[in-house]
Design a protein around this ligand. Structure first.
Ligand SMILES: [Fe+2]
Ligand SMILES: [Fe+2]
Length: 279
């Protein structure tokens, strides 16, 4: 039996409240923005170092066409999700009222770009799809997304970020955006999906380089969630309007977030479609 990935020292280093048992009692020592920046410097990794040779064999020879199709929902949600959050973070960074916050979010923009590059390289080296470049791969993989993904990312998140781009001094919208981005999308959806996908691959012994890279992605996400937790705690303590904004956003986005976890094929019963890809 393998140890949980979150028991590793590098995961514990983020002081992510999601990993701290004491958080359930309301007792958490959250890292400062400066601490999180220093942690980012210590936790770099390189997409180009991953060797996907065995992953390619696993994908085409050890994973059945039906299972490949079923796995495409999770992979596509992450690939497209990373692209969305990378593209949306600039206005959020600019709207933050403190220089240390902005410096940390600049590191997060670099992280999200690396996550897109990780998925792009995995798709390309393994031959997951027929498309030949990043733009076409994103478009081809988007056929596997569901409507709730589009509502959450392309409507609820994009609408708030568009407003921040126009009015960066709007702190209520900033609090709503961080609640949706760092707590709902990263804290609830991404971390849950990452740990499920990593442990599933470890239990069946598939996609070793993907597991290694996705573990690094998950470690980055814990750092991002730790930023969101600190930011929202500070803002909630500052003004009742910000506390209300957090609650309002959780209530509004909860149903769509819950729906993102359901693959379209889960409701269609037995599935006979398959994913061919390129050898
Ligand atoms: Fe990410
Ligand atoms: Fe992230």
């Amino acid at each position: 039996m393998t140890d949980a990935i979150t028991d590793r020292d590098d995961f514990q280093a983020t002081s992510d409240p999601g990993l701290l048992e004491s958080a359930d009692r309301g007792q958490v020592e959250l890292l400062s923005y400066a601490d999180l920046y220093l942690l980012w410097e210590r936790q770099h990794w390189r997409v180009q170092d991953l060797d996907f040779t065995q992953d390619r064999i696993d994908w085409h020879e050890r994973i059945s066409p039906e299972e490949r199709f079923q796995r495409m929902y999770g992979l596509s949600s992450f690939f497209a999700g990373e692209q969305r959050v990378a593209a949306e973070l600039g206005p959020v960074m600019r709207a933050c009222p403190d220089e240390q916050m902005r410096i940390f979010l600049c590191t997060q923009i670099a992280d999200e770009a690396r996550h897109v590059a990780f998925f792009d390289r995995f798709y390309s080296e393994v031959g997951v799809l027929d498309s030949e470049n990043l733009r076409d791969r994103l478009e081809e993989t988007s056929a596997h997304l569901n409507q709730n993904f589009r509502r959450l990312f392309d409507e609820m998140l994009a609408r708030r970020v568009d407003r921040l781009a126009r009015e960066p001094e709007d702190l209520v919208t900033l609090v709503e955006t961080v609640t949706l981005y760092h707590m709902v999308i990263e804290g609830m959806l991404a971390l849950t999906g990452q740990h499920f996908i990593i442990s599933y691959n470890e239990s069946v012994g598939t996609l070793p380089a993907f597991v290694e890279g996705f573990g690094n992605v998950a470690r980055d996400e814990h750092r991002h969630v730790a930023f969101g937790a600190r930011f929202l705690r500070e803002m909630a303590a500052r003004d009742r309007r910000y506390r209300d904004a957090i609650q309002r956003t959780l209530v509004e986005c909860g149903p769509a977030a819950d729906g993102v976890l359901s693959p379209p094929w889960a409701e269609e019963g037995a599935r006979t479609r398959s994913c061919s890809g390129r050898r």
